[in-house]
Design a binder for this molecule. Structure first.
Ligand code: 4GX
Length: 248
């Protein structure tokens, strides 16, 4: 999958091209990441990419022409399945379902804006979709673009290495993840749950499913409203609640 990012700060993306899961995916050529600087698509001596807002007021607005040229260059040679996405607090909130949807495209062009925003006419003519990473305001779209790329790239085949990890993760089934433990098996008097050392893989899988259901019910009950639990899961969740009562 290929990501083209239109940004005034291409250096923000350099680190991620070598680090961690996404960096590895780029080295392995499972993911391609290229940046396009609107400043390179200006034709005045000052390479102007922003201007004062019509109607007055504080701050600056990104000009339409350099952005339009940068987006067109990024789209070059792309087939029909390319989507041009604007990162903005006004967009659709990104969640794991949205990540799954975006994974269906072989190419995404991401516009990471700065200043107060971009000229509305660019949004109307060039942008297919608007996505947000959350209800807060950042100083630019670069971090949101990196968040989207990370979340999408790690779901691609071969990127995580151990294939089932991405499937078993939090949210993928609409639930939070189960707790994890590693050595030592007793830390400051706290032992790990005995079942994890039983060697009974079936029992461990059921324990993990019950924990995932229970933790979701405790910490993010809103997530349970969005999914339909099957009968087996309902029984496990009831058992989790019952076991809580008998704990001291
Ligand atoms: N999820 N930002 C976009 C520029 C801007 C300013 C005003 C529209 C209106 C953000 C987020 C986010 C900061 C990216 C402002 N765009 N993007 N940028 N939250 O806060 O995606």
């Amino acid at each position: 999958m290929r990501f083209d990012v239109v940004t005034l700060f291409p250096e923000v993306f350099e680190g991620s091209a070598v680090t961690g899961v996404v960096g590895r995916a780029i080295v392995d050529d499972r993911v391609q990441l290229k940046t396009w600087n609107p400043r390179d698509f200006t034709d005045d001596t000052h390479r102007t990419v922003d201007d004062r807002p019509f109607g007055g007021g504080p701050g600056m607005v990104m000009k339409v022409e350099p952005l339009q040229k940068a987006i067109q260059a990024a789209k070059e040679l792309a087939d029909d399945s390319v989507k041009v996405i604007y990162m903005s607090p006004q967009g659709r909130r990104l969640d794991q379902q949205g990540v799954k949807y975006l994974t269906g495209f072989s190419r995404l062009v991401l516009l990471a804006g700065r200043y107060e925003g971009v000229d509305e006419r660019l949004l109307e003519s060039q942008i297919d979709e608007e996505w947000s990473i959350g209800d807060f305001v950042l100083s630019g779209g670069e971090l949101p673009a990196l968040v989207l790329i990370d979340a999408v790239a790690r779901t691609l085949p071969g990127v995580l290495g151990h294939e089932c990890s991405a499937v078993e993760d939090s949210f993928v089934e609409g639930l939070l993840d189960h707790p994890h433990y590693t050595r030592p098996d007793v830390f400051e008097g706290q032992a790990i749950p005995a079942v994890l050392k039983s060697g009974d893989h079936k029992k461990i899988a059921i324990w993990r499913e019950k924990q995932a259901l229970g933790k979701t019910w405790q910490k993010r009950p809103d997530l349970l409203d969005k999914i339909e639990l099957n009968e087996h899961q309902q029984v496990l969740l009831d058992e989790f609640k019952e076991e809580l009562k008998t704990k001291d």
